[in-house]
Design a protein around this ligand. Structure first.
Ligand code: FAD
Ligand code: SF4
Length: 510
């Protein structure tokens, strides 16, 4: 045998750099469902089903194309419980020239694979991951020497690089780079949100569902009603479904929250983008074509591609620029543990209950639920960043360290000092009331900040503002908050702070 080609569970793309120049007759592709990767966190059951099933389908496609594939199926008694053990065994059996792999998406595994040439005693070639618009070094070069790293400026570079939504003269289509101010409507039920795209599980997926039920019974969430795509063709159909039914309203209701609808007008493409079933540039091109064809407005299309060539690329750049120290950042010195209701959804706070309940059922919650509900609460309550990062990494089908960590530690928790936002995304209940219909069904009263039934977000918000005065009072974007807070009568401030203290001491009761 010439080479081993290792393909990881989030590298399910036939265009992967590890395949370049490979020889179907002599090389052997290795894929493995191993205990260590399946259980380093409490992965949602649907996430495990999705990844194992997509891996099995991908291995089947490779075999059909004539590749020799060594595929290890999960069993708790497998002798090889880690990727290193699988590769070591194959290296001893076949004495390949080298192992070829594409760089992986998280520091933990990356640092292990980087040591394999010594630990296993064979040559290891790690190739760049070309599935992103920007390369790691390109981001590092862009970041070099800048006082502040702002997504918006990076995004403009990516627009120029890809030519997406650019005129032949090199100007942004519509005369603006960003149409975000049009994208903040509350959704009142009309127009109706489309049904999410569904694929009924085939025999491979059904077998994996049984496996996960049997061997991961204590993991978070449920396998019930699994309907995600598990092949590239199915993911392509999911993209077309999004363009046909949700894209036209994606922009308008991008920030909306609903008491009745889990998915709203979001694309639900992140699992496929993050595992290689869809290519980000192809997705953006298809969406931009929909605008040129008059099938979607510019605010929706620009808003969508900004998420992918802007935010998605930006967070990846930040991750690789700042790891491994980044994962340990805790600039606001938070020390509280994650309340148990993050795992059960049993809380009287309606917005939190709805977001966590959807997460448990679907392994999905949309961005505003993640940022402004469960994330905002963790920020206001001073939850330790490691606790809340572990939660986000476990519970979402699209969660991989490179994208989850900067979003949680940076964007939500502001624990990195502000790489993902020039001010924290802290908000009181008023924001949730403005963007949703949750509050009218809640045990708590959103208009109150004190009293037993006062919305917890309110007093926690002012407590956060007050206790972090040294961190934020000189931030021009926070100045108005401090002015508003300081002009409240002393007695009211004392009452709010005292309610805040009580809430912080009794998080589990909420
Ligand atoms: P849409 O709303 O339809 O957006 C389109 C696409 O844009 C997404 O599929 C995604 O690829 C990309 N995108 C949008 N926002 C972001 C962002 N902030 N960072 C990176 N990509 C983005 N996204 C993940 O893919 N994996 C994660 O583990 C993850 N963890 C998150 C944790 C927190 C605390 C927060 C606030 C956000 C997180 N996000 C994560 C970003 C975002 O919430 C999800 O990408 C999005 O909700 C996925 O659903 P969708 O495909 O319907 O997205
Ligand atoms: Fe959430 Fe407060 Fe509204 Fe209840 S009142 S839904 S806790 S914001």
């Amino acid at each position: 045998m010439a080479n081993l080609i290792l393909i990881l569970g989030d590298q399910l793309s036939h265009q992967l750099s590890a395949f370049e120049g490979a020889d179907k007759d002599n090389d052997r592709v290795v894929m493995a469902e191993v205990h260590d990767e399946a259980s380093y966190t409490n992965h949602h059951k649907k996430k495990l089903v999705y990844i194992f099933s997509a891996m099995r389908h991908f291995a089947g496609e490779l075999a059909q194309q004539g590749w020799q594939v060594h595929y290890q199926r999960y069993h708790p008694d497998n002798r090889e419980q880690s990727l290193e053990a699988v590769i070591s065994k194959l290296a001893a059996e076949h004495n390949p020239e080298k192992l070829i792999t594409t760089e992986c998406g998280e520091w933990r595994l990356h640092s292990q694979i980087s040591q394999w040439h010594e630990r296993i005693g064979m040559a290891v070639e790690i190739r760049p991951d070309t599935r992103f618009v920007s390369h790691k070094q390109e981001f590092a070069d862009w970041a070099e020497g800048r006082k502040q790293l702002r997504m918006e400026f990076f995004y403009r570079e990516m627009r120029k690089k890809t030519g997406l939504l650019m005129t032949p003269e090199g100007k942004p289509e519509g005369g603006q780079w960003n149409f975000d101010s049009d994208n903040r409507k509350k959704w009142s039920g009309k127009p109706p949100a489309p049904a999410p795209f569904r694929i009924e599980p085939d025999s491979i997926t059904r077998e994996v569902v049984q496996l996960v039920e049997k061997h991961f019974p204590d993991h978070f969430g449920t396998t019930e009603d699994f309907h995600f795509a598990v092949t590239a063709d199915q993911a392509q159909a999911a993209l077309e479904h999004f363009i046909d039914f949700a894209l036209p309203c994606f922009g308008d209701y991008q920030d909306a929250l609903s008491d009745h609808e889990d998915w709203l007008f979001h694309s639900i493409l992140s699992p496929y983008l993050n595992t290689g079933l869809l290519d980000p540039t192809d997705v953006c091109q298809a969406v931009v074509q929909a605008w040129y064809a008059g099938r979607a407005p510019l605010n929706a299309v620009e808003g969508f591609i900004r998420q992918i060539i802007g935010w998605r690329e930006f967070v990846r750049g930040i991750y690789w620029l700042l790891m491994p120290g980044y994962a340990k950042e805790n600039r606001l010195n938070n020390q509280r543990s994650l309340p148990w209701f993050y795992w059960t959804g049993e809380t009287k706070m309606r917005c939190m209950h709805k977001a966590i309940d959807a997460t448990a059922r679907n392994a999905y919650a949309h961005h505003i639920q993640r940022l402004m509900v469960t994330g905002n609460f963790a920020l206001l309550a001073g939850i330790h960043p490691e606790d809340i990062c572990d939660w986000y990494l476990a519970v979402y089908i699209d969660a991989f360290d490179w994208v989850e960590l900067p979003n949680t530690l940076g964007m939500v928790m502001h624990a990195d000092g502000g790489y993902l936002g020039s001010k924290p995304y802290a908000a009181s209940g008023k924001y949730i009331q403005r963007m949703s219909d949750h509050c009218q069904n809640c045990h708590y009263r959103v208009q109150d900040a004190t009293g037993e039934k006062a919305c917890p977000f309110n007093a926690l918000y002012w407590h956060f503002i007050d206790r972090h005065r040294d961190d934020f009072a000189n931030n021009p974007r926070m100045a108005m908050m401090y002015r508003n807070w300081d002009k409240q009568p002393d007695e009211r401030r004392r009452a709010i702070l005292s309610r805040g203290e009580w809430l912080l001491a009794n998080l589990e009761e909420l």
